[in-house]
Design a protein around this ligand. Structure first.
Ligand code: SF4
Length: 172
């Protein structure tokens, strides 16, 4: 199911901000980065439940910002719902509270993730920027390697409009 998202270069857009909160969806983005870098999704004994390829990417975003004195932080909320597109009111309030200290929020996720963040922050001056773009839907065989590694095998990217003969809604 995960959407396949590719990172966008937003370094120019971030130049005018002195504080950036990265709001990260922990579902599709890590799987996408693992697929891009042909790296495992989970290596429990090396990085716990985090995906190393994705954590490396977050680091690559933060490092240049911090070098020029920008304050950065990463917000990922796993419970009660990890999917940013389905966050509860409580999760949206937690984001609002956290984002008040930042000039910009960088969304790691899809357009629906951005929608959630914009909705939660609609009464603030926070600038919301999207840092990934949809390029398809991931299909893979999930492979478990003893004792603690989960990887993607037979990886394919399915186009979102793959249906050859779509049935029109309400039509015949
Ligand atoms: S917000 Fe987007 S990226 Fe996150 S789980 Fe939902 S569909 Fe995937």
């Amino acid at each position: 199911m995960p959407l396949h998202l590719e990172p966008l270069d937003v370094s120019n857009e971030l130049e005018e901000y002195e504080s950036v909160l990265i709001v990260s969806c922990p579902i599709c983005p890590p799987v996408s980065l693992a697929a891009e870098r042909q790296s495992p999704v989970i290596e429990f004994f090396k990085s716990g439940i985090k995906t190393r390829a994705y954590e490396d990417h977050l680091q690559e975003i933060c490092e240049p910002l911090e070098k020029r004195g920008v304050r950065t932080s990463v917000l990922t909320i796993y419970a009660p719902c990890p999917m940013l597109c389905l966050w509860t009111t409580g999760q949206r309030k937690r984001l609002l509270k956290r984002a008040r200290d930042f000039e910009a929020v960088l969304v790691m996720g899809c357009e629906s993730a951005r929608y959630t963040v914009e909705h939660a922050l609609e009464d603030t001056d926070c600038k919301v920027l999207l840092a990934m773009q949809l390029v398809g839907i991931t299909n893979a065989t999930l492979k478990s390697r003893f004792p603690s590694t989960i990887a993607l095998d037979n990886l394919a990217r399915v186009r979102a409009n793959e249906v050859e003969n779509p049935t029109s809604i309400g039509g015949r």
